[in-house]
Structure formats: structure tokens, C-alpha cells
Design a protein around this ligand. Structure first.
Ligand code: B12
Ligand code: SF4
Length: 502
């Protein structure tokens, strides 16, 4: 490849339809730094499966880009919660009393795993197609899936591919500048197939991430409009200094929090709202507010939003430790539509999972939110049920606290989200479970073995059976339009715990 890059084709690899915010930030940044480079974004999530290869091939033939840059979001996408089919399958297989349902779960699991295998092979197939069509083009692969499984991707991808771990703006700039002076964390597979790894030694200043130029994005991404009716992801910061046992966001984004300029964030939201009619924003940070400093940053973002009078609603992952009545009022006034946060009603569990906050402080924050004008907004509690250390007593404490929240906000507004720990590579919980012999030290986090995959949705006996049966009973009993599965499950768990402790 010549060192002068004139054109870049970004290919967002297929996933469930979700706004491709990450690759848009990268393309926008490259345009602002190197406006002469011609860029195009092809979003395969929007192309019917049967046509994807053909559409990609056609785009390669027409554009003949110097660089083809793939964005890969989800690789291991089994969600340990009711919004993902995988949970139902595991619950039925492990805990259903009906033989037929257990057998059906086997069939469903094979379908899910086949899909899992196929989508991975297919993505590498797209990269190989590029290598065949354009032997001299440089291939780049980035995105969250790659940030977790970068080494694996480097092993499977074609030669002359740069695999970018973590944030991509400055790494991509170095690539379009010829890659003589690489930046960021990367694996590089050279033309002979040898892989080298580079650690990140520079810090990308997020103040350089000015409001996205959406007019430009529209010009390179003709399908941009198809996302405008849903949530649009807006980034306000990167990094998380906490180390909750099950989480690797702090690895993906780093443990040091860096911030974008509040005025630029608000300008981006205003543009989305006033020019494109976007009604809902998801702040895609690991945590939208968490530390004291980040909560102050949130307040400045909210001030800017309020000053611009944008008619958007917003949500994002929150920790409420440093909430003040003033910030709570601004959150509500600026359109917070839902409170999404990790929740367990046992200080013992909070400590054993090193979540790093006080339960009393969190409950006080809920009361503050209510007193500050909370009305219709839902409160979604991501409960790490049956995490290591969970006992009958801690589970009962969590249920008691959930009932306090029902009383505070109204039962219909509180969503206890049944959320098991999904064991992820490199996390403290993974180490703990290896130490305890639950996982083998050499287990493969990308395994295709259904029994290991099942183990990664952590819900062990004895409480696992009780919770699993409660979940299945709730799923069978409720009408999803009038009752929320999490509330019904919690009720049944409480009934069963009463039987144990009576
Ligand atoms: C916010 C978020 C959500 C929100 C999204 C809201 C919205 N409307 O956007 C919600 C809650 C809906 C969600 C849902 C899910 N999520 Co999610 N989510 C995240 C989170 C926290 C941030 C992602 C994000 O948007 N970041 C902001 C953008 C700007 O950054 P980015 O996309 O990472 O892009 C940067 C880099 O990756 C890179 N990059 C990206 N593309 C490219 C391309 C090139 C060429 C280059 C060089 C660089 C590059 O540069 C970008 C800018 O620096 C991540 C964890 C994390 N901290 O990253 C998980 C994460 C992406 N989610 C994940 C998963 C699995 C899911 C679900 C599938 C879970 C489930 N089963 O229900 C669902 C399904 C979503 C879907 N439809 O596909 C996984 C995916 C990885 C994996 N294990 O395979 C992650 C990493 C979390 C985890 N468990 O580890 N998610
Ligand atoms: S769960 Fe939230 S606060 Fe904890 S490490 Fe992950 S992103 Fe940070």
C-alpha cells in the first residue's frame, strides 16, 4: 500500500440494529484532521443477510479504497438477562420441570450457537473478500468486540491488517498517515503473517472530539437517517476508575476518566434534535456519572443542554453516589427518561463485588431523586443476582430494598432487571471462579462448547435452581403487557425464600 491514503471504506459488521456511534466518531475525526480523504460508511447491520457479500463486493469494486476499516461491536453477545434469548434457553435447560421444554432448549441452544459460529466466520469472510478483491489495500479492524478479543482477531484476520484495541480516533489517524508512526494499542499482522503488538503510550485528548459534523456524516453514510427514530449514542467521557468484579469496561476504556467539552456535547445533541428530529439520546459512557469529578462534569453537560432548550430525553448507565438535589433537578429537567443502575440491596454483596459505594448513600440518592421531582421515569435495577457470595440472607435484603423502591417510586415504575453475571475475560470474577475450580484455568472465553458457554452465565446451585424456577414460573404466568418479568420473578423468589426460612 502506498503511504498516501486517499480513500477509506468503513464497514460496520452486522449486529442488531444499533446506531454505529463509535465508527462515526472515528470517521468524523479523520475528516476534521484530513479533509481531503474520501470516506464512505457501509453499515452491514442494515443490509439483509443474503445481500451483504454482494453489496460489500460492489462497494469495493466501485470505490477501490486504499483502506478498508471494519467496526466490530459484539462478538460474544449472550446476554445474561431476559432481553436476550440465551437466558431463557439456559433457564429451561437447567431448571425446567418439563422434559419437552428441556429438549426444546437443547434445540434452541444449537441454533444460537450455530448463529454465533456463523456470524464470526462470516465476519472473517468479509475481511478475506477484501484481501482477494484488493490485494494492496490495508485492512483495519476496530470496535468493542476487538478491544476484548484483539489477539484472537489478529490471529484469524488476513495479512496486512491492523487490529485497533480501544479508542480508534488517533490510531486511525496514524494509519491514514501511512502507519510509519503507529499510535494507540494495536496488533499488526504483516504481509508475512507475523503478528506484533504495540501498547498505547499516548493519551488521546477528548477535548479534540468536537461536536460531530452530521452533515458530513450524512454525506458518507446514506443510511444515517434510518437510525434517527431510535436512540442515538452520544459520548461524554471515556474511562472508569472502579473495578467492579464482573466488569471490563475499565479495560476497554482505561481506568482514567477523560472528558469531552460540555459545550461540544450539547451542541452535538442540539444538532441531532433540532436538525434531525432525534428524540432520544443514550449517553454511551461506561458510566454517565460515577466519580465526584464526573458528576461535576455531568452537571456542566446538563447546564449546557438546559441552556439550549433541547427537547430530547436521555438515559445512560448511572451511579448516584455524588448526587445532589441540584443535579437531580437538572437531570429531570433536561429529560432523563430512565434511571439505569447496578443494584443489590446488600452491603455485603456490594463489598464482595467491590462495587465501591454505600447502600445507604444509594438509597438516600433515590429519596433525593424523588424529592427533586421524579414522576413517571422508570428505575431499572441491574441486579447481579446470585453472584459469588450471595446467600438467602443477602437475597432477602435485596428484595426488601426493592420493595422500599416500589413504595418510593410506585411498583409499576421499578424494573428489577434479572441480570446474572456474565463471566468476562480478565475480570476479577473470572480469576475467582478459576481459583475455585468453577472454570478451568485454560478455558477459552470464545468457546463453542455449550456447557462452558452456559457456565459463563453464572447462576450456580443451590440458589440458582430457586431463582431459575422462579424465573420460569414468572415467564409462564405473566402477561408481558401488564407485568414486568423481573417484578414477577422477585415476588416468586420471595415466596420461595419464605418457605426456606419458615
Ligand atoms: C452503551 C452500551 C450499550 C447500550 C447502547 C446504547 C446505544 N443506543 O448506543 C445498550 C445498553 C443498549 C447496549 C446493549 C447491548 N450491548 Co452494549 N455496551 C455499551 C458500552 C457501555 C459502550 C458502547 C459504546 O457505544 N461506546 C461509545 C463509542 C463511541 O465507542 P465504541 O463503539 O467502542 O467505538 C470506539 C472504539 O471501539 C473504536 N472503534 C469502533 N469502531 C471502530 C472501527 C475502526 C476501524 C477503528 C480503528 C476503531 C473503531 O473507536 C471508537 C471511538 O474511539 C459497551 C462497553 C464499553 N465500555 O465499551 C457495551 C458493549 C459494547 N455491549 C456489549 C453487548 C454484548 C451488548 C448486548 C449484545 C448485550 C445483550 N446481549 O443484550 C446488547 C445489544 C446491543 C445491540 N443492539 O447490538 C459488549 C460487546 C462485546 C462482546 N462481549 O462481544 C460490550 C463491550 C460490553 C461487554 N459486555 O463487555 N450496550
Ligand atoms: S460496573 Fe460501572 S462502575 Fe463498575 S467498573 Fe464497570 S463501568 Fe465502572
Amino acid at each position: 500500500m502506498s503511504s498516501e491514503v486517499r480513500s477509506v471504506l468503513y464497514v460496520r459488521l452486522p449486529c442488531w440494529k444499533i446506531y454505529p456511534g463509535g465508527v462515526i466518531y472515528v470517521a468524523d475525526y479523520i475528516h476534521k484532521q484530513r479533509p481531503d480523504i474520501h470516506q464512505h460508511l457501509l453499515d452491514l447491520a442494515l443490509v439483509p443477510p443474503a445481500r451483504r457479500r454482494r453489496v460489500l463486493k460492489q462497494r469495493l469494486v466501485e470505490m477501490r479504497p486504499d483502506v478498508v476499516a471494519f467496526s466490530w461491536r459484539n462478538m460474544q453477545s449472550f446476554g445474561p438477562h431476559p432481553e436476550d434469548d440465551a437466558l431463557d434457553v439456559v433457564m429451561n435447560y437447567d431448571h425446567s420441570r418439563s422434559l419437552w421444554r428441556r429438549l426444546k432448549a437443547v434445540g434452541d441452544s444449537l441454533r444460537i450457537i450455530a448463529d454465533y459460529v456463523f456470524s464470526r466466520l462470516r465476519n472473517f469472510g468479509y475481511m478475506k473478500l477484501v484481501r482477494r478483491q484488493l490485494p494492496d489495500a490495508r485492512i483495519v479492524v476496530g470496535g468493542t468486540a476487538v478491544s476484548i478479543f484483539g489477539k484472537y482477531v489478529a490471529e484469524k484476520c488476513p495479512s496486512d491488517t491492523v487490529v485497533v484495541i480501544g479508542e480508534g480516533e488517533d490510531a486511525m489517524l496514524a494509519i491514514v498517515d501511512g502507519y510509519a508512526a503507529p499510535v494507540g494499542e494495536t496488533f499488526y499482522k504483516d504481509r508475512s503473517g507475523r503478528i506484533s503488538h504495540r501498547c498505547r503510550s499516548e493519551t488521546f485528548d477528548l477535548r479534540r472530539l468536537t461536536a460531530v459534523d452530521f452533515a458530513y456524516v450524512e454525506s458518507i453514510f446514506p443510511d444515517f437517517g434510518s437510525y434517527l427514530n431510535g436512540d442515538i449514542g452520544v459520548h461524554t467521557k471515556r474511562g472508569c476508575p472502579f473495578q467492579c468484579h464482573f466488569c471490563l469496561y475499565n479495560k476497554i476504556e482505561g481506568d482514567h476518566q477523560r472528558y469531552r467539552e460540555p459545550a461540544e456535547i450539547a451542541k452535538e445533541v442540539e444538532l441531532l434534535n433540532k436538525r434531525y428530529g432525534v428524540g432520544h439520546i443514550w449517553f454511551t459512557d461506561a458510566q454517565f456519572c460515577s466519580t465526584k469529578r464526573s458528576t461535576e462534569h455531568v452537571e456542566r453537560v446538563l447546564d449546557e443542554l438546559l441552556a439550549r432548550n433541547t427537547a430530547v430525553s436521555w438515559s445512560g448507565y448511572l451511579r448516584l453516589n455524588h448526587l445532589t438535589p441540584g443535579i437531580a433537578r437538572k437531570m429531570l429537567a433536561s429529560g432523563m427518561s430512565r434511571v439505569d443502575l447496578s443494584f443489590t440491596g446488600s452491603q455485603e454483596m456490594i463489598d464482595s463485588l467491590t462495587l465501591g459505594y454505600s447502600l445507604e448513600q444509594q438509597m438516600e440518592a433515590f429519596r433525593m431523586l424523588k424529592a427533586s421531582g421524579h414522576s413517571h421515569q422508570q428505575v431499572k435495577l441491574y441486579i447481579p443476582l446470585n453472584a459469588p457470595g450471595e446467600t438467602v440472607a443477602t437475597l432477602q435484603q435485596t428484595i426488601d430494598r426493592i420493595k422500599e423502591l416500589y413504595a418510593l417510586f410506585g411498583r409499576e415504575r421499578v424494573l428489577p432487571f434479572i441480570f446474572f453475571i456474565g463471566v468476562q475475560p480478565g475480570t476479577p470474577v473470572e480469576r475467582l471462579l478459576i481459583e475455585r475450580g468453577y472454570l478451568k484455568p485454560d478455558y477459552n472465553p470464545l468457546t463453542l462448547n455449550p456447557f462452558v458457554i452456559k457456565k459463563l452465565l453464572y447462576n450456580p446451585k443451590p440458589l440458582g435452581r430457586l431463582i431459575g424456577r422462579a424465573y420460569l414460573e414468572a415467564a409462564a404466568a405473566i402477561d408481558a403487557d401488564s407485568e414486568y418479568i423481573g417484578r414477577a420473578t422477585i415476588d416468586i423468589i420471595e415466596r420461595e425464600l419464605a418457605g426456606i426460612t419458615a
